[in-house]
Design a protein around this ligand. Sequence first.
Ligand SMILES: Nc1nc2c(ncn2[C@@H]2O[C@H](COP(=O)(O)OP(=O)(O)OP(=O)(O)O)[C@@H](O)[C@H]2O)c(=O)[nH]1
Ligand SMILES: [Mg+2]
Length: 295
Amino acid sequence: MAAYRTEEFCKRKRKKAVVSAIASPLSVCALPPTFTMSVLPPVRKDRIISKLPKCSTKGAALHTKDAFHPKVKTACQEHRTGTVGFKISKVIVVGDVAVGKTCLINRFCKDTFDKNYKATIGVDFEMERFEVLGVPFSLQLWDTAGQERFKCIASTYYRGAQAIIIVFDVNDVASLYHARQWLEDAMKENDPSSVLLFLVGTKKDLSSPAMFSQIEQDAIKLSEEIRAEYWAVSALSGESVKEFFFRVAALTFEANVLAELEKSGSRRIGDVVRLNSNSCNLYTTSQKKQSNCCQ
Ligand SMILES: Nc1nc2c(ncn2[C@@H]2O[C@H](COP(=O)(O)OP(=O)(O)OP(=O)(O)O)[C@@H](O)[C@H]2O)c(=O)[nH]1
Ligand SMILES: [Mg+2]
């Protein structure tokens, strides 16, 4: 048992060290394939996403389509997702003190729940690997402190998020009202046009149906106003936790592939880019004929 603990402890330390080394304030870390393959753990069987997970509330969803964007599906089928498979997307989790941010992440990443409150000091993070439409995809989940005295440290990690999860407690209406402030702070460090927003009510298990339906109405209204996708979960029972994170992973992946496709413009991503010193046009793709403009 002791040996197991030691080994497990070392494994976690190694994982943290690796993730620290690659953790970046940038939205995405593109790593060389050999590097990611040698240090990242393989994708777990229960982290495979083969179709778009459903939203929780149609009136408060980022989009309500049943399937991934056709361009994304085709790009994945044709292995034209460029560097998406080697990227790590940053997700930040913010919200009032003790609303349940850490428990939410721990339920998903470790399938554990601790009923004793331990404040997050500054920030913590977990890495989760997925396979979406056959393409590996990683999320770096940044768990930030809600306590005022740590806000200054935590906010230095906001930059470069691809998704922002604003957490409130469905039994504490003040924590919902504070969501706007959390969003404003997180947005100071990010580009509003490229960030996906999620508003998540936690501790659903503690709420009575009447209380829940009242706060849910307010939460849905706020989601519409700030263009966030709304979810209600319970880290204690696990209700909707996996579904929620699968949705985060799938929508972030979809946005990444679409951005890559757009960036690549007319050049098909996945094409081989070769350096050709004999040509004055140095960059050429394997599928394009060389331009003869300089001949
Ligand atoms: N019943 C119930 N309790 C929960 C749930 N989620 C969290 N809690 C409890 O709420 C308390 C605070 O949870 P944390 O996850 O530590 O809160 P936090 O938002 O990370 O807090 P800070 O790190 O200080 O910002 C703990 O005592 C948890 O056990 C839930 O879904 N149901
Ligand atoms: Mg915490």
